[in-house]
Design a protein around this ligand. Structure first.
Ligand code: NAP
Length: 288
């Protein structure tokens, strides 16, 4: 049992913090910018809700965060009343935000200078993965720090792995998003084509999902896509944030991402259609 804090009780953070309490049996303190959510969490799970990230970090063995983007992460760590000012020497900060590798390295350096550990640990598995405690966690940082963090992360993870030094977790998450982008566009084109061809889309997917075209996106999203429903998970606004991180990193490391760049523009069109909060399978909507 450890003393831990969780900063950012959104779609992902709220259930993840819950697993630390219920499955991990840890003593959990929570902070959320909108205080009512932290109060609700504390009432549901039995923990302490505090008013600033700094207060949340005081006296903890580990502090977790899952906020929006690089700037949000900087605010809750090194901003005014940020968590880093409250971290004890030897403690560990684990960041589950999908952010840039740069901000991970920057915060890792600041943490190391102040005498505590920092792991970048973005996740995959979506809202359902968070709620069911079966996320995949991709980590970057120092091996000795990671070894201490992993058993605590296990409360909400099915797989957790150290991918390399600081930033390697975020780089791995970029690979994940690159693999998803082009695939969802191809699935959208397949469903669109089947509809235009007058085929029974259910029957088509039933058959081809037994073969080489099978994917998580196909199995979990084809039915709602066929019904024109796009309210089932990871939002287009978040995906654009992630793809812009990938494209910026690729500009730096020289990787060629032509399809990812195109899909990013398709998502911009979905945003213009009013679909910023639709799920990522809404690439189909712009084909209609
Ligand atoms: P969300 O529901 O929008 O929650 C974001 C959380 O961050 C909220 O608690 C929000 O506080 C807090 N926050 C944002 N900016 C802040 C700031 N400047 N200062 C303090 N708190 C701030 O988002 P989410 O879906 O949980 O996603 C969180 C992260 O996980 C993102 O980086 C996302 O890309 C990543 N992720 C999401 C999924 C998914 O399926 N949703 C899957 C994998 C990875 P308030 O309550 O006050 O707004």
């Amino acid at each position: 049992m450890a003393k831990v804090a969780f900063i950012g009780l959104g779609v992902m953070g709220y259930p993840m913090a819950g697993h630390l309490r219920v499955k991990g049996g840890h003593e959990v303190t929570v902070y959320n910018r909108t205080g009512a959510k932290a109060q609700a969490w504390a009432a549901q799970f039995g923990g302490h809700a505090v008013a600033t990230p700094r207060e949340a970090a005081l006296g903890q063995d580990m502090v977790f965060a899952c906020v929006g983007n690089d700037d949000d992460l900087r605010q809750v760590t090194v901003g005014a009343d940020g968590a880093f000012a409250g971290m004890a020497k030897g403690a560990i900060f684990v960041d589950h935000t999908t952010a840039s590798a740069d901000v991970a390295r920057e915060l890792h350096a600041a943490a190391t200078a102040a005498g505590f550990g920092f792991i970048d640990a973005p996740v995959s598995g979506g809202q359902a993965g968070a709620e069911n405690g079966v996320l995949t966690v991709m980590c970057g940082g120092d091996a000795a720090v990671y070894a201490k963090a992993e058993p605590v992360i296990a409360a909400f993870a099915r797989a957790c792995r150290l991918m390399g030094p600081s930033g390697a977790g975020q780089l791995t998450k970029m690979v994940n998003q690159i693999c998803i982008g082009g695939l969802v566009q191809a699935l959208s084109e397949g469903v669109h084509f089947a509809q235009k061809a007058g085929l029974d889309v259910e029957a088509v997917i039933e058959v081809i999902s037994k073969g080489a075209a099978q994917s998580w996106q196909m199995e979990n999203r084809y039915r709602t896509m066929n019904e024109g429903k796009f309210d089932f998970g990871f939002a287009v606004d978040w995906m654009r944030k992630d793809l812009s991180i990938c494209l910026e990193e690729a500009r730096r490391n020289g990787a060629q991402l032509p399809v990812t760049a195109l899909v990013d523009q398709f998502y911009a069109e979905v945003q213009k259609l009013g679909g910023g909060r639709w799920d990522t399978s809404s690439l189909l909507a712009r084909l209609k």
